[in-house]
Design a binder for this molecule. Structure first.
Ligand code: NDP
Length: 429
């Protein structure tokens, strides 16, 4: 049986890790070949992806281990430049695993297309006119992209709002038409944009107004994924801190983020430390996910914590994370970038809905990793030890020198590039 609980992975060589992953069935021979290539994204493909290409830019691809989500084992591809993120996610996933794993769910994948209409002679009448033709407009949207209907998705609903109608508003009065579209396994930007653009002439006829913007909304609040975990306090014990102390420290840290935007931004950045690497590894649009996530964190009027941490009646720590998750397992770069394709294979997800749930579970784990460290030893102890190798490289260390300099930096408790440079010079003598 496939298990993501792989001990000693950290101590293996890169080659050994790849071989093991293949033997365990997480990687096909073809994907093994792809990730083993020095440059997986060839220049020709890159040159077709964006404009003015002069090269490709690589980042480390690591694996988050130990994830048990809805009783299924996942190995999580994570693309990130920051040390300690992958280790921290895997550490928390192991703890959550011992408490039964993450539970996740997701709504239907309904995305939003927006049409902006200005200059209507009578805005109320224009709104009514659109609502009267709701069914016709939905059908017209679907006729503009019939293949998504064949796949079981397509436009399903529509509504209209009048913006800036109050007298004295400094902004122009306008109608905002929202079309709700099930994009199945695609993020859906092209489906949505095609649909809203096709509706523009009909909307102008119905409203006697003029259509300007026609584009998807990245505030995908009908395409949500949710993860929860319930952790027994004894699993949280760390050094001299009892499990109850860690649990209470985590809850206090959450309460701070929930009450103070200055802390909430950093708290949420830590959540995105887990989310973005998976979104990037799978070839998805991380700007879209970032924008939607932060907007959702302000949905009650004040920017706040994305996660909620509490204690249940038995004293367990309970964590929850719900976010818009506009990602896909088809479309965009997901099937164009060879490593994105390999990452989806490693994950073994069968749908965008499943991928969205995995991503929020990683975000929840990452948040607990940060809060647990902050509530106990502080973030620097673990972080700087792992960061020391990057510091050594930045100071010019190469080959075996990297680990020697990194260990010396930790020993001397001076994880600084200046100190690392001195050590590199000494080593070279
Ligand atoms: P694509 O248009 O590349 O791919 C989606 C297409 O894949 C569908 O239209 C469908 O076409 C096909 N498809 C195959 N299998 C399925 C399935 N199971 N479910 C759904 N569709 C399937 O990608 P997207 O429209 O998703 O666009 C994503 C890209 O758009 C991202 O890279 C993003 O960066 C970019 N983008 C983002 C914007 C934003 O966020 N504001 C704005 C504009 C672009 P068919 O049925 O014809 O086969």
């Amino acid at each position: 049986m496939k298990t993501s609980r792989i001990s000693g992975f950290y101590n293996m060589t890169v080659e050994e890790r790849r071989k093991l992953l293949h033997e365990m069935g997480f990687l096909t021979a073809e994907d093994l070949n792809t990730i083993s290539n020095r440059s997986s994204l060839d220049l020709e493909t890159a040159d077709h992806m964006i404009e003015n290409v002069v090269g490709t830019y690589e980042l480390p691809l690591g694996l988050g281990l130990n994830f048990l989500i809805n009783d299924k084992d996942y190995v999580i591809p994570m693309v990130i430049e920051e040390a300690s993120v992958v280790a921290s996610a895997s550490h928390i996933a192991r703890i959550v695993r011992e408490s039964g794993g993450f539970r996740t769910e997701a709504t239907e994948r309904v995305m939003i297309g927006q049409i902006q209409v200005v200059g209507c002679p009578d805005f109320l009448e224009a709104k009514e006119a659109i609502l009267r033709q709701k069914q016709t407009l939905i059908e017209a949207a679907n006729n503009a992209y019939p293949s998504i209907v064949t796949r079981g998705g397509g436009a399903i609903d529509l509504d209209v709002r009048i913006l800036n109608e109050e007298a004295g508003s400094r902004f122009t009065q306008m109608l905002m038409v929202h079309i709700y579209i099930n994009t199945c396994d695609a993020m859906g930007a092209n489906i949505i944009n095609t649909m809203v653009e096709s509706l523009a002439p009909v909307v102008e006829d119905l409203t006697n107004g003029k259509v300007y913007l026609r584009i998807l909304s990245n505030y995908a609040d009908r395409c949500l994924a949710r993860a929860t975990c319930i952790i027994s306090p004894q699993l949280l014990r760390t050094g001299d801190f009892s499990g109850e102390e860690v649990r209470d420290g985590v809850i206090l840290a959450y309460e701070l983020a929930a009450s103070d935007p200055y802390r909430a931004v950093t708290h949420n950045k830590g959540i995105m430390n887990g989310i973005d690497p998976v979104v990037i590894a799978t070839g998805n649009d991380w700007r879209a996910v970032e924008a939607g996530a932060h907007a959702y964190a302000a949905r009650n009027g004040t920017y706040s914590s994305m996660t909620v941490w509490s204690k249940d009646e038995e004293g367990n720590l309970v964590g929850e994370l719900e976010l818009p998750m506009s990602i896909g397992t088809v479309g965009g770069a997901t099937r164009v970038h060879p490593l994105a394709k390999a990452s989806l294979e490693i994950l073994g997800v069968e749908s965008a809905k499943e991928l969205a749930q995995v991503i929020v579970a990683v975000g929840l784990a990452q948040n607990l990793g940060a809060l647990k460290a902050l509530a106990t030893d502080g973030i620097q102890k673990g972080h700087m030890a792992l960061h020391s190798r990057s510091v050594a490289i930045a100071a010019g260390a190469t080959g075996e020198m990297i680990d020697i300099v990194a260990e010396e930096l930790i020993k001397q408790k001076q994880i600084r590039v200046g100190k690392a440079k001195e050590l590199v010079e000494e080593y070279k003598k």
